[in-house]
Design a binder for this molecule. Structure first.
Ligand code: KG4
Ligand code: ZN
Length: 340
């Protein structure tokens, strides 16, 4: 089978419109446009996201091709996110990609967004070896995934309620810090004391790989209600640091325990929350302690981007997989679940 070299990636599952071109799994262009409009609402407004994607998709794809210095006729295949995500947002990228693939007479493949995040790590670290344990942490997901080989996923554990990114975003909202909350809390926490207040660590003692973040959020709400505005303002950095410490400790401890139990050869952290500096440092320290290699994607491939989708697409397309022209968008698509 002829190797498909130039892959266009398209990502429109939430509030980033992104297009990327990779050649032989190396990134030539990765254009990301974050929709600023949602900040004033403290979260993503689905209808506004779809409309912005419609406006942006053509110029962003043109931009990616221009940056990669190739014409569209040089593309060998297209990879596009078809779930999970906001259905109206997903449909923009999916329908655009179907049309383009049809017009160019090249194959296209629908990619699971979470699989994309996992494969984003292979862009930065092509040497990742199996069995590989991936901690997937984003605004919508918190899970531990075991990969014994390419494209094969075993879910070890996941959150029972909120995702850790959601805990960061909602926590930041309660503190009046705006959206998205993760980067702001991360930055403020650097100046604070992590043991200023003891927030709960859910399921830390249990012998399982489940997570829960709704209790942490509630604990912050109760704590803030018990304090004056002045106290909160004066101790903002300490509160952020303590909150972040609780959120991250559970992630680090469970990941290390799973790495030992499943005897893996490498650990990865992916998704938007993989950009968190405490998580990166802490996990690095714990991984070296047990002689494990920890692989982290470059910041550009942590939050939503199309290069990761193109990389996962390349893996599937070059394994001979194709999606049909009537492929639908699936807002609640699970990792490893297959829709044709
Ligand atoms: O993967 P992503 O871009 O979108 C989803 O698929 O959800 O992740 C976005 C999430 C948001 O919740 C955001 O607050 C969080 O990633 N995030 C961070 C940091 N940067 C982004 N959380 C903690 N620390 C950060 N530095
Ligand atoms: Zn994501």
């Amino acid at each position: 089978m002829k190797k498909l070299r130039y892959i266009l990636g398209v990502e429109t599952s939430c509030d980033e419109t992104s297009a990327a071109v990779i050649k032989d799994n190396t990134v030539c262009a990765n254009i990301i446009s974050s929709q600023e409009i949602h900040a004033q609402y403290g979260g993503v407004v689905p209808e506004l996201a779809s409309r912005a994607h419609i406006r942006l998709i053509v110029p962003i794809v043109d931009n990616a091709l221009k940056k990669a210095e190739i014409g569209k006729n040089q593309l060998d295949g297209i990879a596009v996110t078809y779930g999970p995500g906001l259905v109206g947002a997903l449909l923009v990228g999916l329908n655009f990609s179907k049309g383009m693939a049809q017009a160019l007479g090249i194959p296209f493949i629908g990619i699971n967004h979470m699989e994309g995040h996992i494969y984003g790590n292979f862009l930065t670290n092509p040497e990742i070896n199996f069995p590989h344990l991936s901690l997937v942490v984003s605004g919508g997901h918190t899970m531990l995934v075991l990969m014994r080989q390419h494209l094969e996923y075993q879910l070890i554990g996941e959150t029972r309620d909120d995702a850790v990114g959601e805990a960061f975003d909602k926590g930041a909202k309660m503190l009046g810090l705006g959206y998205p909350g993760g980067p702001v809390i991360d930055k403020l926490a650097v100046e604070g004391q992590p043991d200023f207040h003891k927030f709960p660590r859910a399921y830390l003692k249990g012998n399982n790989y489940e997570f829960s973040y709704s209790g942490l959020k509630t604990a912050l709400l109760v704590y803030l209600k018990s304090k004056s505005k002045d106290f909160i303002e004066r101790n903002l950095a300490h509160i952020c640091s303590s909150y972040q410490q609780a959120a991250v400790e559970v992630l680090v401890k469970k990941t290390i325990r799973a790495a030992r139990e499943y005897n893996v050869k490498s650990i990865g952290v992916v998704g938007g929350v993989a950009a968190n500096s405490l998580l990166r440092q802490w996990l690095q320290k714990e991984a070296s302690r047990i002689n494990q290699s920890l692989f982290l994607p470059d910041f550009a491939y942590c939050t939503d981007n199309a290069a990761m989708i193109a990389r996962a697409g390349s893996q599937r397309l070059n394994a001979g997989e194709r999606s049909r022209q009537n492929l639908n968008a699936y807002p609640a698509l699970r990792l490893g679940e297959k829709k044709s």
